[in-house]
Ligand binder design. Structure first.
Ligand SMILES: Cc1ncc(C[n+]2csc(CCOP(=O)(O)OP(=O)(O)O)c2C)c(N)n1
Length: 655
């Protein structure tokens, strides 16, 4: 059975003239034991909520999972798709993409991410089991990880978190082949992975990955562990290839016809390319359907569950929001702000928003990378998710931004959870590889990124984001929100929750901001991405644009211009991406036709030309910031109402 995986991998890579045969050939025995004897799944229903999750963290070995899905009888993974490996429009892309291929749980390729996702999946499983009971939620998460996965820094964060949380239903199968692209691992690494995992609180052992009974015994043992398990499976990369096996030459390129011929002989595989003998195919097929009974038993338990619990479970798994509760929560926050306007930092406004939202939307799970008090992400009453209490909804991720972001992707992918968590905006760089995968895959993950500019003051330029908004806005399918006051903050939160196929970043201030939106408005004005917050009196000569803390500066500048007899308007731009999505006519209406356009944002200009044009004026940052009280910094860098007004007057030729 394992040789069937090897043959398909060799043949598909050869046909595509690109790909990675080494890992599938080396890990074939391990995968065969896992999928035929331990993994709980049903090939006829790849989205059954209580299936075990399998994560191929070493995504370059994608042919392993495609071959498995094909042999196990996943309907859409036909032999034609295997033959179209890496071709446009196939469901067999170069690296596994969960939004393309049924049966692929997460998008992998950037090494280490899959392992991080798996920790999030295991967290989601434990939490949902605590909420809904083991009769509805009781499954494991298995990961196949390579040397590269374990060398990446994010793996350390993921491993440490999983060990600390005692995620005992997480099992990592390490494809311990001692080879990476440059050659033997000894060129660059001498870590004892078993000791490393043990030090992080895992149960770890080393086995012969080509001995099916050893693999089975280790998996058996892992089932009853009270901690997560590492099984280091010693394997030979490119197993079976006469010359290239055991060397980097089998890692990432077609083996070539001679080598394939030799491998077929060695493996005793006499079939032509892409052909599988009927008896082997039959054994794989029956493994694909073996989980049906467990699936049916689960369906029976779901049907027998109390109606309300079942409905809530199904709603959460579908990813539908509790709409009425959400709208009531948003309205109540807006009503309070209308009755008693608040001059608060948007991070504090976010905490107020979260108090209402997290009560209304129980699938929200919060957290922070050791900045809970600064990010304001733990609303009152939200208990901590810990090894002793998996029903808690707040995760202390520790100083592990990257691991946190990767875990949040896994939680969202698992389903039933809307993860949100915080750090400083400047450390979005530490999360970026995971944010990118969340955006590519289309996961609802919400980042609360506070201390969003020089406005954080004394911590200085190491902590003051300057280029981060532009960098985040450059990423497709990511919403970057920068609300200007408490009202915009609740509106942006609502939008982030409603975007079920995209991650969002909420960039929030440390410093207090005046409430600019007074009175009660049912409508979510941020939904258009930008809107006129101070209308023109007559025919504006100047349009002023700002985001977040700089909207108040634009409003002051508008007053100065009016004192000089210049009619101006102010447009708040809480979300570039939503503005871009408006129809042309609507966008033109919002941006306006004033002769002069000036934007103010305590960040770099990049990206703003789309709104103000290359002839527009920009007041912002061109260098890194500095360490000082924030009011002094705004003066030092010239981000003031006077300078904004001056820039407009200069463009009007009225200096
Ligand atoms: C973050 C990241 N860096 C680099 C790569 C490029 N890359 C793909 S596989 C690999 C290493 C291969 O070694 P290993 O992980 O041991 O896989 P094996 O050779 O056993 O297939 C590298 C550097 C990547 N996919 N992700």
């Amino acid at each position: 059975m394992a040789n069937a995986l090897r043959a398909l991998a060799m043949d598909a890579v050869e046909q595509a003239k690109s790909g990675h045969p080494g890992l599938p050939m080396g890990a074939a025995d391990v995968a065969t034991v896992l999928f035929t004897r331990y993994l709980k799944f049903d090939a006829t229903d790849p989205t059954w909520p209580d299936r075990d999750r399998f994560v191929l963290s070493a995504g370059h070995g994608s042919m392993l999972i495609y071959a498995l899905l094909h042999l196990l009888g996943y309907e859409r993974m036909t032999i034609e798709e295997i033959k179209r490996f890496r071709q446009l429009g196939s469901i067999t892309p170069g690296h596994p993409e969960s939004f393309v291929t049924p049966g692929v749980e997460t998008t992998t390729g950037p090494l280490g991410q899959g392992l991080g996702n798996a920790v999030g999946m295991a967290i989601a499983e434990r939490h949902l089991a605590a909420v809904f009971g083991p009769e509805l939620v009781d499954h494991r998460t298995f990961v196949l990880a390579s040397d590269g996965d374990l060398m990446e820094g994010v793996s350390q964060e993921a491993i440490a978190l999983a060990g600390h949380l005692r995620l005992n239903k997480l099992v990592v199968l390490f494809d311990d082949n001692g080879i990476s692209i440059d050659g033997p691992l000894s060129l660059a690494d001498s870590v004892d992975q078993v000791k490393r995992f043990e030090a992080a609180g895992w149960v770890a052992r080393r086995i012969d990955g080509h001995d099916p009974e050893a693999v089975a015994a280790a998996l058996e043992e892992a089932q009853s562990c009270d901690r997560p398990s590492l099984i280091a499976c010693q394997t030979i990369i490119g197993y079976g290839a006469p010359i290239k096996a055991g060397t980097e030459k089998s890692h990432g390129s077609p083996l070539g016809s001679e080598e394939i011929k030799g491998a077929r002989e060695r493996l005793g595989w006499t079939e032509p390319a892409f052909a599988i003998p009927a008896d082997v195919r039959e054994m794989w097929r029956s493994a694909g359907y073996a989980g049906r009974a467990a699936h049916q038993a689960w369906c029976d338990r779901l049907n027998a569950a109390p109606a309300a619990r079942r409905a809530e479970f199904e709603r959460r798994i579908r990813g539908d929001l509790p709409k009425d509760n959400l709208l009531t929560a948003v309205r109540s926050v807006k009503e309070k702000l209308a009755a008693t306007p608040k001059e608060v930092a948007t991070r504090v406004a976010s905490e107020t928003a979260l108090e209402a939202l997290s009560a209304a939307v129980p699938e929200m799970m919060g957290g922070s990378a050791d900045l809970t008090g600064s990010n304001n992400t733990r609303p009152k009453g939200m208990t901590v998710f810990s090894a002793g209490d998996y029903s808690g909804r707040f995760i202390h991720y520790g100083v592990r931004e990257h691991g946190m972001a990767a875990a949040m992707n896994g939680m969202a992918l698992h389903g039933g959870i809307i993860p949100y968590s915080g750090t400083f905006l400047v450390f979005s760089d530490y999360c970026r590889p995971a944010i990118r995968l969340g955006a590519l895959t289309g996961e609802r993950v919400i980042y609360v990124m506070t201390h969003d500019s020089i406005g954080l003051g004394e911590d200085g330029p190491t902590h003051q984001p300057v280029e981060h908004l532009a960098a985040l806005r450059a990423m497709p399918n990511l919403y970057v929100f920068r609300p200007c006051d408490a009202v915009e903050t609740i509106e942006c939160w609502q939008l982030a929750l409603e975007h079920s196929q995209s991650p969002s970043v909420l960039a929030l201030t440390r410093q207090n901001l005046p409430q600019l939106r007074l009175g009660i408005e049912e409508m979510n004005r941020c939904a258009a991405g930008a809107y006129e917050i101070v209308p023109a009196r007559d025919n504006a000569e100047v349009s002023l644009f700002g985001t977040g803390s700089e909207v108040a500066i634009a409003v002051e500048a508008c007053k100065l211009l009016r004192e000089r007899g210049v009619d101006a308007r102010v447009v708040s731009v809480p979300c570039f991406e939503l503005l871009q999505k408006q129809r042309d006519a609507e966008r033109t209406r919002i941006v306006g036709t004033a002769k002069v356009k000036v934007a103010v944002e305590a960040a770099v200009r990049q990206g703003w030309d789309e709104i103000i044009g290359s002839d527009g004026a920009f007041v912002g940052m061109t260098t890194f910031g500095a360490s000082a009280p924030y009011k002094e910094l705004y003066k030092r860098f010239g981000i003031t109402p006077e300078n904004v007004a001056k820039a407009a007057l200069s463009k009007l030729g009225k200096t």
